[in-house]
Each structure stands twice: as C-alpha cells, then as structure tokens.
Write a protein that binds this ligand. Sequence first.
Ligand SMILES: Cc1cc2nc3c(=O)[nH]c(=O)nc-3n(C[C@H](O)[C@H](O)[C@H](O)COP(=O)(O)OP(=O)(O)OC[C@H]3O[C@@H](n4cnc5c(N)ncnc54)[C@H](O)[C@@H]3O)c2cc1C
Length: 406
Amino acid sequence: MVTQDQVSGVSFGVDEETRLVLDSLDEFVAREVDPIESELGETWSNPRLRHRPDGRYVEEVVDAIDRIRRRSADAGFYAMNLPEEVGGEGVSTVTWYRAKRHVASHGTGLTEFVLAGPEGPKPLLADAEGDQVDRYLEPAIAGEKSTAFALTEPGVGSDAPDMDTSAERDGDEWVLNGRKQWITNAPYADFVQVFARTMPQSEAGRYGGITCFLVEADEYELGAINNAVGMEGMQAELVFDDVRLPADRVLGEVDAAFYTAMEFLSLGRLELAAEAVGFAEHLLDRGVEYANQREAFGRSIGSFQGISHKLARGRARSYAADAAGLRAAWDLERTGSAIEAASIAKWFATNVCWDVADDVVQVHGSSGLAEENPYVDHLLMARILRIVEGTDEIQLNTIADQLGVN
Ligand SMILES: Cc1cc2nc3c(=O)[nH]c(=O)nc-3n(C[C@H](O)[C@H](O)[C@H](O)COP(=O)(O)OP(=O)(O)OC[C@H]3O[C@@H](n4cnc5c(N)ncnc54)[C@H](O)[C@@H]3O)c2cc1C
C-alpha cells in the first residue's frame, strides 16, 4: 500500500519495487509462457486447431492456461493487487496498472493469463468468509481454481441492475433461476459468482436487492458458447433452473452485492485501459520495425510521411492514454475512488488501441491481414475492449454525469 506521503507529489518515475516487478514479469514470460506457447505450436496459433467442435478450447490449451495461472501464482504475480491479508501481494494500484500494461505490451496470446483477469480472484471475492475462504478465495488466488463473474443476461447488459435472474429464500436454502450470457471463462470455471435479484427493484431501489452467489460448475447447466470474433471459446451462457444453494453460498451481504461491485467498477475499467495501452505499444513497435524494413519505390516505407505520421499519431495518443491511465490509478490508490478518471482512461485508451491497431494493419499492407500475423487479432481485441466493462457510450455517459450534463 502506498502511503499518503509517497503519493502527495506527482511522480511519473517508476520506483525500484515496480521496476523489479516489471523485469521479473519479463523473465517469467520468457521462462514460463514462451516455452508453453512453443510447445503448443499450431494448436495455439491456428484458431481452427485451438477449438473443439463445440467451440470450447481443446484440452491442451485449457491445460496450458491452467499451468500459466498456477506458476504465476507461485511466483507471486497472479493476484498481486489483492491485499496481503487475503493472500495477495498488496501492490499499489499504480504498480498493478503498470504491470498489467507491461504484460499486455507482449501482445495478445497466453501472456494474457499471467495476471488475474475475469477468470481470477477480483476484490469482490475478498469478501469471502468462513468456509468460502478455503473453498473459493484461496484456491482462486493460488490459481488452482478459476472463476467467472456473471452479470450480463440475454435481456440486459449495460442496464445490469434490471436483471431477470432471481433467487428466493426457501428455509435454509436459496433457489436460483435465470440465464446469464457472454460470461468470460464460463466454459472452464470451477465456480461462478452469479448476481441475482433477491428483492424487487420497486422495493430495494435501482442498485439494491441484488445478491452475489457462489455457484459450482456441477450445479448449473452450461448453455451455448458465445463466440466473440477474436476471442472465440472464452464466453458462454449459464442456465440456472431451480438451483438450490445453501445459505453459506452468499458472497458478502444479502441484497448489497451491486453496491459492492460498484466499488470496484473503476478498477475494472482501469484494467482494460492498461491492456489497451499495452497492446497499442506492442503494435507500434511492430509497426516501426516493419516501416523501417519494408521498401517501396526504392526507399523504406517509413520514409513516407503517410506512414511515419500514422505511427507518430499512434505514439502521441498512446502516450496520452497512458498518462490518463496512470492518473486514474493514482487517484484510485490515493482516494479509493476514480469514477471520472477511470471512465476517461478506459474510453480513451480503448479507442486509441483501436485506431493504432487499424493503422498498424495499414502499415503492413496485405501482410497486416494475413491469418498467421497477429494484427487483425489485435484489431478484434481492441474492438472487444470498447464493449466490455462498460461500452464507449456508458463511459461517456459517466463522464457527462460528472461534468453535470445529463
Ligand atoms: C468478449 C466479451 C466478454 C464479456 N465478459 C463478460 C463477463 O465476464 N461477465 C459479464 O457479466 N458480462 C460480460 N460480457 C458482456 C458485456 O459486459 C456486455 O455485452 C456489455 O455490458 C454491453 O451489454 P449489451 O451487449 O447487452 O449491450 P446493450 O446494453 O444492449 O447496449 C447496446 C448498445 O446500446 C448502447 N447503450 C445502452 N444503454 C445506453 C445508454 N444509456 N446511453 C447510450 N448508449 C447506450 C450501448 O453502448 C451499445 O452500443 C462480455 C462481453 C463480451 C463481448
């Protein structure tokens, strides 16, 4: 935890502890992730070999992801931002932002599983109590179990509190009914954090009356795989048909889960901003390499202003996006809240990433579109980042609210 003294002045310097984390992450990726990716070979790089006929990842890929997660947890990286009291490393939000960005600067691929994402322990899970700690929180932090965060439904996405999924108390148990969709890691999760209405909106208010339940994989039905182009095999529907859960599966307080989730909204948005800046940096490096090496009309294509300015504009934008991300991380660390700053960082960085990815495809000409190259993958990933954790429009609504125009 960074003290008030340490953050009272503005510093863009990377402190020694953070530098060590970033260097160790590079070593970890080279030592643990790259060999696994090479071992998988085409099974990973070719989307047709990566998936089973039902759309899920093949067993070797699931196993590779599990190994990376566990090894990262052993090395102390995986859940680095969770408090030490619950088994995390307690690094500051600024260090975590830099680590997320740094890992993403390796590009899309298995490195995405080095630091906990939607499949890992989020601060919400730190509310685990009693047996929940041994059964869910600790194994998630150790990378031994993976999870998922289930909010979105066929009828609601951005307007999540208007959910249809409900749970009713029946003696000592809860009875859960409903359907979730687009849930990341749902096809592989050991348990899922499911949000359900436990009191009608008319009585509890818009954000009240929602409870989070810990539901194990053998207790629900896995519905269709929701394939987002560029991230196929990772999202699925979950179906709850009179699922009976003991009372000790409530995570945190009954009726208050949405308020708790909202406390961590800024962190989720910042996470995507960090990834977007990291991907943009990765792409710009690839673009510069190619522009300097490829020749046309007897000169390097980088010597044409039409090309060099694309990369220069991308650099200027990603630099500004990073400054916005760091500012939001700093605000969040210092005050515990960064509503406007996190929305600005998320909206700006994901749009910058999209523009950079598009320009870098253009710099590469036809090879930018080639299946064996990662540029279109990044373009698709950037497009996804503009939808998840609050769409562009929802971020702009938040910024407008903070501005006082509504
Ligand atoms: C790859 C991927 C992973 C995902 N992972 C998860 C996950 O792990 N867990 C989970 O719960 N969900 C997940 N989602 C779902 C995601 O969070 C939702 O898709 C997202 O919140 C948008 O909801 P929607 O698709 O229902 O769009 P809608 O809410 O129906 O919106 C449709 C369009 O209308 C716009 N719109 C809606 N309301 C407003 C408004 N008030 N003002 C202006 N414009 C508005 C939106 O911005 C959008 O452009 C994932 C989705 C994808 C694609």
